[in-house]
Design a protein around this ligand. Structure first.
Ligand SMILES: Nc1ncnc2c1ncn2[C@@H]1O[C@H](COP(=O)(O)OP(=O)(O)O)[C@@H](O)[C@H]1O
Ligand SMILES: [Mg+2]
Length: 302
């Protein structure tokens, strides 16, 4: 082994391409091929917190599905710890915008659910162990005392905390998060961002976090990856340095934050306009997106 070898990336995307077949419809009798991702290469270090922004329809969720092992790329390779991802695994947990909790199970029982099979170590856990793990992770997300509540007795923010606890409970190395806070009100959202940073620091997880909020991306990420409009290509990766955060009060008001937020905004803004111009903003229910330019109100092509 070479002494100077760089550490192996936790996640490595190598020249990823992904297409979808759009089935024929009345409006589009031939059907078509839709390029969702093109030539994405990205390494994420172990323990890194990376955020991903891009216009709607730029392939963010598609990228996350590939990492989760829910779909396979058409070209390129998805590697985790240097091994090709061939399906879902316990080393990766996904947190979606919708909490997807079982309404008939209590918070603790929802968290324990993920522990009912065999663990990463291939060992089955006893009921007592599962309960104690569930409590530990509910505590970590700030929900001690709420173990016996049912989802309908919890606020949106609390439900998302349960979902995060459930993902953490089976101790994955990687958390894949797809706009997990998008449905929450602004205050709850800020609170959960804070919590997530705390959890990340205390657990050392590798986190890939998708958001359409530039502010959220800059606040959370050590790097922000900006995707282009469809087909999603990696437009730029912005390193975020907010200096020492602890005890600085309103980080979002700091000069460094405002500047870096603006930088990401500028990168993204051009792409959102392109997507809108190409009509990508309008995705039809069958998954197709009209690519033709639409005339603007003054009669000129937009
Ligand atoms: N299973 C699918 N079949 C056909 N088209 C799809 C499918 N999944 C996603 N798409 C299309 O691929 C593009 C990227 O989708 P997605 O990854 O969901 O974008 P984002 O999460 O960035 O909004 C969109 O145009 C979407 O309509
Ligand atoms: Mg999405």
């Amino acid at each position: 082994m070479t002494v100077n070898a760089r550490p192996m990336p936790k996640i490595s995307l190598r020249n990823i391409g992904k297409q979808f077949v759009v089935r024929p419809t009345k409006a589009n009798p031939q059907g078509s091929i839709l390029a969702a991702l093109d030539g994405i290469s990205l390494d994420v270090a172990a323990g890194e917190f990376i955020t991903l922004v891009g216009p709607s329809g730029s392939g963010k969720t598609t990228l996350l599905d590939l990492l989760a092992g829910l779909t396979r790329p058409d070209t390129g390779r998805v590697l985790v710890d240097g091994r090709e991802v061939t399906g879902p695994g316990r080393d990766r947990a996904v947190v979606f915008q919708q909490y997807a909790l079982f309404p008939w199970r209590t918070a603790a029982s929802n968290v324990a659910f993920g522990l009912e099979g065999t663990g990463n170590d291939g060992v089955k856990r006893s009921r007592r162990e599962r309960t104690s793990k569930a409590r530990e992770y509910l505590d970590l997300v700030g929900l001690s005392g709420f173990e016996d509540r049912y989802p309908h007795e919890l606020s949106g923010g609390m439900k998302q905390r349960v979902a995060i606890a459930r993902s953490l409970a089976y101790e994955p190395d990687i958390l894949l998060m797809d706009e997990p806070f998008a449905a929450l009100d602004a205050q709850t959202r800020e609170q959960l961002q804070e919590e997530l940073l705390r959890i990340w620091r205390s657990t050392g997880k590798t986190i890939l976090f998708i958001t359409h909020s530039i502010e959220e991306a800059v606040y959370l990420g050590q790097r922000v990856a900006v995707l282009s409009s469809r087909p999603g290509r990696l437009k730029q990766i912005v390193d975020i340095d907010l200096g020492e955060r602890a005890g600085t009060g309103d980080v979002r008001a700091n000069k460094a934050f405002v500047e870096q937020r603006h930088r990401v905004w500028s990168l993204l803004h051009g792409e959102v306009l392109k997507a809108r111009e190409a009509g990508h903003a309008k995705i039809l229910p069958d998954g197709s997106a009209p690519d033709e330019k639409r005339p603007s109100s003054n009669g000129k092509a937009a």
